[in-house]
Design a protein around this ligand. Structure first.
Ligand SMILES: Nc1ncnc2c1ncn2[C@@H]1O[C@H](COP(=O)(O)OP(=O)(O)OP(=O)(O)O)[C@@H](O)[C@H]1O
Ligand SMILES: O=P(O)(O)OC[C@H]1O[C@](O)(CO)[C@@H](O)[C@@H]1O
Ligand SMILES: [Mg+2]
Length: 321
């Protein structure tokens, strides 16, 4: 009780970050402790840009994407000097623990900081890419998947009308969860992800086979990290003779009002992280494992690589035939 806890969002934003902050703040306040909001991620810690939050500070944000605290890619956090300055800023304000809401890089930065300074840290996974080890889902990935699904539905209309092949390029630099998950949900006929070796010839051969077998249009889900999808579109059109288009969905995937799933998930993780901070349980990351809220070791979360869901990809390719 009577703790001082700081919270920040870092790395790329994800819908539901606001819901997580709101739950952190109100859980801490309802337990009689105090809470500080750090602006613009690690940059705010280094620059001492933080202020005490009240219940009203987090009113009217649960429905908003982005993060009202702001976020950043902080270069100084990669340096020992930057992290030391942040440590001093936290100590000066008598802050007892820090809750970091962000992606894999943000959690890596949190782990480095905790290991180096001994400062108590707790992580909440939030990234639309859903690439963090130790949790089945990260905050924001459900909203992004639903945004993609809407795009797939629209593309299917025009693809079917024109008997075309469409490549829909979605986010996922190194991990193809978004492409795979939405292919199952939206009926994507093929999935191309950075987790597999990319072989353009194989993709073209498969598209040709599906077309020859009677598919009148195709929707291919591709992760952005795979390679040159414009070159693939050109090759597909040349080799199959079918008119082919590439649509790159881009940053709309990162915005928008969070889904009910993301809001509830973020609220529960926010509550758990706040309770852990109050009771002195540190060095952990909260997440979901087979329907159960769990915590995993922060070091494990940043050193282990999340396994790509091959079974989901297989399912997409069988049932979206
Ligand atoms: N290895 C590291 N050591 C120290 N700090 C790090 C490290 N990796 C990342 N960070 C800090 O975390 C910030 C965010 O990391 P990054 O840009 O990888 O985004 P992220 O949290 O992985 O989000 P997303 O995956 O959604 O893009 C970096 O700008 C940096 O300040
Ligand atoms: O344009 P920005 O904001 O630097 O970030 C883009 C990156 O962020 C992500 O959307 C999410 O991590 C990546 O898939 C993408 O490459
Ligand atoms: Mg990342």
């Amino acid at each position: 009780m009577d703790k001082n806890i700081a919270v920040l969002t870092s790395g790329t934003d994800a819908p539901g970050m606001n819901a997580a902050i709101r739950a952190v703040v109100r859980t801490i306040l309802s337990n009689g402790s105090r809470v500080w909001g750090v602006y613009d991620g690690y940059r705010g810690l280094v620059d001492d840009n933080m202020e005490e939050l009240s219940s009203i500070s987090v009113a009217d944000i649960i429905q908003r994407g982005g993060t009202f605290l702001g976020t950043s890619f902080c270069k100084r956090w990669y340096t020992k000097e930057g992290r030391q300055t942040a440590y001093e800023n936290l100590k000066k304000r008598d802050i007892d623990a820090l809750i970091v809401i962000g992606g894999d890089g943000s959690l890596r930065g949190a782990e480095e900081f905790a290991r180096e300074t001994g400062f108590p840290v707790i992580g909440i996974p939030a990234t639309i890419e859903n690439d963090i080890w130790g949790t089945d889902y990260a905050i924001g990935c459900d909203t992004a998947a639903n945004t993609i699904l809407e795009a797939i539905n629209k593309i299917r209309d025009t693809a079917a009308a024109h008997h075309r092949i469409f490549i829909l390029e979605v986010m996922g630099n190194k991990y193809g969860w978004l492409a795979t998950y939405t292919a199952v949900a939206g009926g994507g006929n093929m999935v191309i992800v950075p987790d597999d070796e990319y072989d353009q010839e194989k993709v073209v051969a498969k598209a040709k086979k599906l077309h020859d077998e009677g598919k009148t249009y195709l929707v291919i889900l591709a992760s952005e990290g795979v390679g040159d999808m414009q070159a693939l579109a050109k090759e597909l059109q040349e080799k199959t003779g079918v008119s082919t288009r590439l649509t790159t969905l881009g940053l709309v995937q990162r915005g928008g009002s969070p889904t009910a799933n993301d809001r509830v998930f973020a609220s529960v993780l926010g509550e758990q992280a706040a309770l852990a901070a109050i009771s002195g349980l540190y060095g952990i990351v909260f997440g979901l494992n087979k329907g159960q809220i769990v915590s995993v070791d922060l070091r494990d979360a940043v050193t282990n690589k999340k396994v790509y869901p091959e079974d989901l990809k297989h399912l997409a390719e069988i049932i979206s035939y």
